[in-house]
Design a protein around this ligand. Sequence first.
Ligand SMILES: Nc1nc2c(c(=O)[nH]1)N[C@H]1C(S)=C(S)[C@@H](COP(=O)(O)OP(=O)(O)OC[C@H]3O[C@@H](n4cnc5c(=O)[nH]c(N)nc54)[C@H](O)[C@@H]3O)O[C@H]1N2
Ligand SMILES: Nc1nc2c(c(=O)[nH]1)N[C@H]1C(S)=C(S)[C@@H](COP(=O)(O)OP(=O)(O)OC[C@H]3O[C@@H](n4cnc5c(=O)[nH]c(N)nc54)[C@H](O)[C@@H]3O)O[C@H]1N2
Ligand code: SF4
Ligand SMILES: [Mo]
Length: 579
Amino acid sequence: MLSNVTACPLDCYDSCGILYENGKIKPLKIGHTNGFLCPHMNHFKKHALIQKPRYKGKEITMQEALILLTKMLSESKPDEILHYRGSGNFALMQEVSDHFFASYGATLTDGNLCDGAGEAGIIEGRGSNKNMPISQIYKSDVVIFWGRNPHTTSSHLLPLIKDKKIIVIDPIKTKIAKMADIHMQLRPRTDLHLALLFSRFLHIYNDCDIEYLDEHAPDYEDFYELTQTVRIKAALDEIGVSLGQIGELLELVKNKKVAIVCGIGIQKYRDGADIIRAIDAFAVMLGLFGKDGSGVSYLGSSREHIESPFNKKAKLVSKVDTEFSNFKTVFIQGANPLSQMPDSLRVKKSISKTENVVYFGLYENETSEVADLIIPAKSFLHKEDVRTSYSHNSMMFMNKVADTEVGISEYDLSAYLCKHFNIAHESEEFYINHFKNCALKKDDGIWHVKQREEVPYKDGFDTDDGEFIFLDEFDNNLEITDTLHLITMKSETSLNSQFNRKENVYLNTALGFKEDELVTITSQTGSVDLKVKINDYLRDDCILIYSGTKGVNNLTSSKHSYEGKNATYQQNRVEVTRV
Ligand SMILES: Nc1nc2c(c(=O)[nH]1)N[C@H]1C(S)=C(S)[C@@H](COP(=O)(O)OP(=O)(O)OC[C@H]3O[C@@H](n4cnc5c(=O)[nH]c(N)nc54)[C@H](O)[C@@H]3O)O[C@H]1N2
Ligand SMILES: Nc1nc2c(c(=O)[nH]1)N[C@H]1C(S)=C(S)[C@@H](COP(=O)(O)OP(=O)(O)OC[C@H]3O[C@@H](n4cnc5c(=O)[nH]c(N)nc54)[C@H](O)[C@@H]3O)O[C@H]1N2
Ligand code: SF4
Ligand SMILES: [Mo]
């Protein structure tokens, strides 16, 4: 019998619970889902799924598609095969295909298009990336949204922060910035300098938590010296924040429970790791770690304390600058690399030299357009899975809630390949139970991942000696020039390249362009033509093109961040000209 409870599969902080009734997707009333979903799930069924497999443009049966796939694989040497998996579906059973490809001897990917630079910075300072869950943000007095846009990307936080003091640090006057007590509308990529100034003034005003620092971060005086290398007046001008605003912020956080809620906006740069590490250092100077209702919330590892049952031992290439042309067969799953990887023009050229491109996904997009073989996946409503989140510690069970003739599940496809190539694997039930065993039902009726800490770093940090490791050098060059900063954040109408994608570039009036005018945006790597929408909530040294907009990644660089092997979508500067 089918169950009627599942969870949203999308790559999103919230990981909502879903009730499936009379063919309708509805929110669970309990827990963090709190009785509402976002537009992606409310309109999920309106988006046309790929119905039939295709080979070179011609519709074929699923059986024919699977036979073709095994033929492509057997005619390629294992080291000529690449398995490129994205995060279009975030659930744990997506990884079952890694098991087949790794066991077969194919190459898998490492590197990160998302949060890797920030995570690397956090690990350098704290020794691990344990997240402050949303249940703790709920207990804070003051919330600082630092490069995070909750109305769009984590709306289930909003009911939890009513009546709290809100500070926003973001180059755009976002919805949360409009409601905030303080909004620092800084120049992009100046966060590291701003965080150092916060720590420096905290020290000058004698407001550091000295008792905490002596115990958990005794090198704070050396760090204070580092903060003194920033020239205050020049830095304030470059950042675009006043001394008065810094004073106001420090006054607001004094002796309060403070949650610093960071997003990926701050770390889409080559030195992204150092930027978040400087923010962590400010939190340490305030003594925020290991206390109820205080700390830094970023994107935690959704896989923390979940041991994978799959074989993943394989040769790896980075998913930031993958050279597809080095492979004869590329199997792309749950991803749209032709839109979402940086430097799209390079990606397109490289993949055009691959003999067999296979796309295993739900929707038509730039990648399905160039694929030789298209295999439709089953949507989350039609398969069994389990998911965790990067902003809280619950495990959500994703039961199959309806039958369908369309597509194939990741498990069924991988089991078919394992069987064909004589590779050992377990039953679907075995894997699902393995994941379920990583969680425990608590008194609130909700399943929590075992061993995850509600308040991490209570007994100090996870570094060798338990002490926080401060940044000891940084890139002091803010590269202030006349060229424009590209901001490429998430859109409320799309989930990266899924659903309703934006089609415009957003500019401040001061740049002298008119609404609906067609312009060319150019960077070192390429260009794109887009229609203008005027938006004066942007600074006049920035332009905004949302993630998922066709062509935005013509402008972005495939260079890795210095640490964390992450994409650096906002490193390139751009110019705008009339077409
Ligand atoms: N609706 C919707 N929700 C999503 C997604 C989606 O595509 N659509 N994607 C999901 C995914 S994959 C992820 S990783 C998360 C990410 O979600 P968030 O962490 O919220 O990330 P972004 O939207 O990229 O950027 C957040 C904010 O950073 C600001 N920002 C940009 N540059 C800078 C800077 O230099 N300094 C500072 N201080 N701020 C800056 C932007 O203006 C923006 O307001 O969202 C998830 N949720
Ligand atoms: N310019 C710019 N580029 C960015 C970003 C940015 O902010 N700006 N953000 C980056 C970030 S944070 C991320 S996480 C990446 C995301 O980039 P991707 O991981 O490529 O994610 P999506 O664009 O959501 O596309 C995922 C595809 O997965 C498929 N899919 C969905 N569900 C399933 C399923 O159940 N099974 C299978 N087999 N397929 C499925 C759908 O067909 C969909 O087209 O983009 C990165 N690229
Ligand atoms: S995309 Fe996020 S907010 Fe929307 S329903 Fe899914 S988990 Fe909830
Ligand atoms: Mo992401």
